[in-house]
Structure formats: C-alpha cells, structure tokens
Design a protein around this ligand. Structure first.
Ligand code: 9MR
Ligand code: ZN
Length: 556
C-alpha cells in the first residue's frame, strides 16, 4: 500500500497562502458579500485579475470571535455587483480569487451531486462519465446474514457511505431524502441540470437517487424489516473498491432502519410516479410492508456492532423521529388521516421536530406534513412551520455572535461539523422558503464558510477554490494514485474533540474549535467524507441557486 499520506514526513498539512477569507467560489450579484479579515486594518480594495481597483471601502471591527480566536474585521462589498473575477486586498494581504456571476454555484452544485455517482457501488464507473476516476465493478459478491451465514442476500448496489465501503440504511435514507427534498422544493434548479451520468427517464438527480433507492429496497428482510447495514467484518485497507473482496455481511434488522426505509420509499414513490409508475408502485409496496412491520412492533430495536465487527454503528437512542418521519411520508403519499394521528401523538414525545440529520429525522416528517396537499390538520402544519421559524430565529442569534457568521454553537464543532453547519443552513433555507422569513443571507453565510470564509481560509469541497482540501479520508482517492482528488467531496471539517490518532497528534490542546482541522487522509475524524455531508450541501446550494440564480426572485 502506498503510504504517501500516512507518512508524517510527507504529510500535506499546509496553511493558506491567503490572509483574507471569502467564499472561493464567489457570490451571486445580489448576495450580501463579506470578506473576513483576521487582523487590524481600516480599509480594503477589490481588484480584478489584472490588478485594477474596482471597489473600495472601510472595514468594520467585529471584535474577538470565540469560534476562531480571531480579532475579526469585516470588509463589506455587498454593493459591488459587477460580474467578474476578483480578490480582496487589505493591509498588504490578499484573498483567493472568487467570482461574481449569475451561475456562480452551478459548478459546485454539479460536483457535489456528481459525487454520489462517484460513490456508486456494484457497477463499473465508466471512463465516459468518470474520466480518470473510472474503476471496475466492486462489491458484487453475495452477502450473507451475519447471524446465519447459510442465508445469502442479494444486496448489491447503492452508494458507498463515506471514506469506507460500507452501506448503511439510515445514512443512505437520510442522504437520498435530502436530495429528494431538494428536487421537490427547488425543481427548476435540477430539472435542467446535466450531471454527466448515464441517463435515465427522469431528471439526473432522480436517476442518481434511484441508484440508492434500488439498493435500499434490497435491504428489506422477508418480513418487512430493514437490515441495518451491509459491510465487511472490518474496514478495508486503503485499496480500490474492486480490490476489496472480503466477505460481505448483512446485519440485523433495526427499527430505525425500517422506519427510514418506509419513509424514504414513501417520499420517493410520490416523486417518481410521474416518471415510472411501476417503480413508484414498488416503492410504495416496500414502504407499506415496512410500515406493517413497524405497526406490529412498538418497541425500539436499536443496533450495536456485534463482537469483531468494526465498521460503522449508526446506533441511536430511540426511533421516535424515524417513526414520525415514516408516518409523515405515508400521510403525504396516501392522505390517510390515521398516519397524521400517529404523527401528532408521536410529536408530543419530545424529539426535535426540525431535525435533519441521520439520527434525528423529525424535520423531514414535518416537511412531509407541511408540503402535503391532501386535506389535513392545518393547525398542526402551522405548528411545524413555526418550529422551523423558531429554530431559524435561534440559529440567527448564533450567527450574529460569530465573526464568520457561522450559525453553530461551539459544541457543534465535532466529528462531521460541516454537517451541522449545512443542516443549520438548511433550516434557514426552509424557513425562508416555507414561511417567507428573510433568511437567505444567513443560509448563504453557511455556504460561504464551507467554501472558504472560515478561519483556515480553506474550501472544504474538493475541486472548488484556489486553496481547498484535497486529501480526504476516502479510499479510492488514496488508492487511485491521482494527485487531484475526485471533485465535489465535502470534508467532515473541524472537530475540537480529535477522534483518531492523527488528529490527536496534530491538533494541539487549546486550539480554537474552528481551527481544529487538517487536510490529511489519515484523519477520519477531521477529514472523511460521507453521503450525508454531501447531501445537505446539495440542498443548500439548490436553495441558493433557486433564490439568487438567473431566474430567481432577486433578479426578477
Ligand atoms: O458520522 C459519524 C459521526 O457522527 C460519529 O461521531 C462517528 C463515530 O461514531 O461515526 C461517523 O460515521 C462514520 C460511520 O460510522 C462509518 N462510515 C464513515 C462515517 C463518517 O466518519
Ligand atoms: Zn463497492
């Protein structure tokens, strides 16, 4: 095995050559635009790529920022709307180049969505679509039940979860649902998008999701439950997926996985009806069978890794939000009021009604009810909309306290902090989209942070930005020997509780949370990628393109 990135002498730890931080993709003309300057200075200039000064202004002093430990000054260039490529300069320092344009996020949206194609399992990635990142068919061997090796299960397909080659039902359902809601809420952004993938009979985003949905349906056990995950016994070494030929196991059924399977299949059934009636019917049948399984079992059936297995656990403490989501989607699909009753009674049990992550799915159930067009309890829908508005209001207070406009509290800089960032960005997007509250610039700020307006001045999306992460903990990107990583991968990001040996060594105690990061493949707790870190990025970018893009409201 090539140990390039695991050898401390050749490690790619590097710091940004830039001293001023902006979104390195850039800004739509009508967006508010702020550069963060982490040193004292009075004024700033915006120059084009020939060095010509195009705009100038005075900075404002934000003060000490707790997340980064920086004394922050802000250069506000919102009034500058000329399309082009620029840098911000102040105090003898400069920013990475960025653009102002009407389609500024189209490339990064394309890449973050295409990332799912690159994570496909069980098929060849053809050079026509994958270019230099092509590879052979992987993980095609028959899987067997962990508890009874004499039973074989055909569960080929789906997306690799992350830097590892496992496939997990709750994580997969969550990621697919984010993409499906992105499509449902901002269809015009995706309807016309060409992802450069093998064509299906629906918009590309739906064709890509279908790849995961087909696999998810294979994870249904004969009695209707959903097997929790499909992995080898232990994580593969850093080899290409087609070289990982260890025995695959299907693990026990969990009630979270079963509820998530029901939910995502019900959601998808409503969406795919227009394109493929047979597929929509199959999804509905799968959802109903899973609901029957859940209906006959009130108890929580969790998941913990059996002895000897070290692949992902995705354990949860309860399945309330998962069941609530399932009832919500079944109500939205069928209009049967019994599902609404079940939602309402579960909603009293004290889980977040706005959760959007793989372990708290309540927000998706709420969205299902709010967007449902059948006759419904409108008071309940209003209560759910208010929950999003309330949450967005709270997040706004967090972002106002941060010099980088990040809507997270300090504790959210944990493993996969960029998911917290993006989920919070989704809340702003949902609140503006559903309630008409003015949250677009808060939503945009979370994306600006992801793409470079952060204390390390790094873009956390591979392939985007002049100074960007390039060495994620992602097996194919390590094993393929290609210097440039597959584009469009969202790194986990800063984590103030280093969770792997590499991070423990390089992150010095006392480092401000926003700076607890290293772009090194060895660090799974700082620099892995996952499908459910990419999916909220796609949702948020979808919202921003809808809101600010060519035919968006701003430019009407
Ligand atoms: O994303 C998960 C993170 O929230 C947890 O803190 C971490 C440790 O349990 O596990 C992460 O999930 C990993 C999963 O178990 C296996 N595939 C890769 C995931 C990202 O690191
Ligand atoms: Zn595979």
């Amino acid at each position: 095995m090539d140990s390039r990135y695991f050898d401390r002498d050749t490690t790619k730890l590097k710091t940004t050559p830039f001293g001023i931080f902006t979104d390195q993709a850039g800004y739509f003309p009508a967006m508010s635009k702020k550069a963060v300057i982490p040193f004292e200075c009075d004024s700033f200039e915006v120059t084009d790529i020939n060095g010509k000064v195009c705009f100038s202004g005075k900075t404002t002093h934000f003060g000490m920022d707790e997340h980064s430990g920086d004394d922050v000054y802000i250069a506000d260039l919102t009034d500058f709307c000329e399309k082009g490529s620029y840098r911000v300069n102040a105090g003898g320092k400069t920013s990475a180049v960025f653009t102002i344009s009407d389609d500024v996020y189209s490339p990064v949206l394309h890449d973050t969505l295409k990332a799912f194609y690159f994570l496909r399992c069980g098929c060849e990635l053809d050079e026509r679509y994958a270019g230099v990142y092509k590879h052979g068919k992987c993980h095609t061997g028959k899987a067997v039940l962990w508890d009874d090796n004499s039973v074989a299960v055909d569960a080929c397909g789906g997306w690799h979860d992350a830097g590892d080659y496992g496939r997990y039902v709750t994580a997969g359902a969550c990621a697919a649902a984010h993409l499906l809601y992105a499509y449902k809420m901002f269809p015009r952004v995706f309807d016309r998008m060409d992802m450069d993938i093998p064509k299906g009979n629906a918009p590309d985003i739906l064709t890509e999701c279908r790849y995961e949905l087909e696999w998810l349906m294979k994870m249904q056990s004969p009695d209707g439950g959903a097997y929790h995950k499909l992995t080898t016994k232990v994580h593969a070494p850093f080899i290409m997926p087609e070289d990982d030929r260890e025995q695959l196991f299907v693990f026990l059924v969990s009630s979270m996985a079963t509820a998530d399977l029901a939910a995502v299949c019900a959601l998808a059934s409503g969406i795919y009806r227009e394109y493929d009636g047979g597929f929509a019917e199959k999804l509905k049948n799968t959802a109903e069978k899973a609901m029957a399984w859940l209906g006959s079992r009130d108890e929580f059936i969790g998941f913990t890794n059996p002895h000897g297995c070290n692949t992902g656990g995705y354990g949860e403490r309860d399945d309330l939000s998962n069941r609530y989501w399932a009832y919500g989607e079944m109500f939205a699909l069928t209009g049967e009021r019994i599902y609404e009753e079940q939602m309402k009674s579960l909603a009293e049990r004290g889980f977040p009604l706005t959760g959007l992550g793989y372990s708290e799915m309540g927000g998706l159930g709420s969205l299902a009810h709010i967007l449902c067009t059948f006759e419904k309890d409108t008071d309940f829908s209003h209560k759910l909309k208010d929950a999003f508005a309330h949450r967005a209001g709270y997040l706004r207070t967090l972002s106002d306290k941060c010099g980088y406009d990040v809507a997270m509290h300090i504790g959210e800089y944990c493993w996969g902090s960029n998911m917290n960032l993006l989920k919070n960005g989704m809340i702003f997007a949902i609140d503006e989209h559903l309630n008409g509250n003015d949250r677009a610039s808060n939503a945009a700020s979370q994306m600006h942070y992801l793409l470079g307006a952060n204390a390390l001045g790094i873009s956390y999306v591979t392939g985007t930005g002049e100074f960007r992460c390039n060495y994620p903990h992602l097996r194919p990107s390590f094993a393929d020997g290609i210097e440039e990583c597959i584009p469009g991968m969202v790194a986990g990001g800063p984590n103030h509780i280093p969770g792997d040996p590499f991070a423990k060594e390089v992150i010095k105690p006392g480092t401000p949370p926003m700076k607890c990061y290293a772009d090194d493949a060895a660090s799974y707790s700082l620099n892995e990628i996952t499908i459910y870190w990419n999916s909220p990025a796609v949702f948020l970018l979808g919202f921003l393109c809808d809101r600010y893009g060519d035919d968006g409201q701003e430019s009407l």
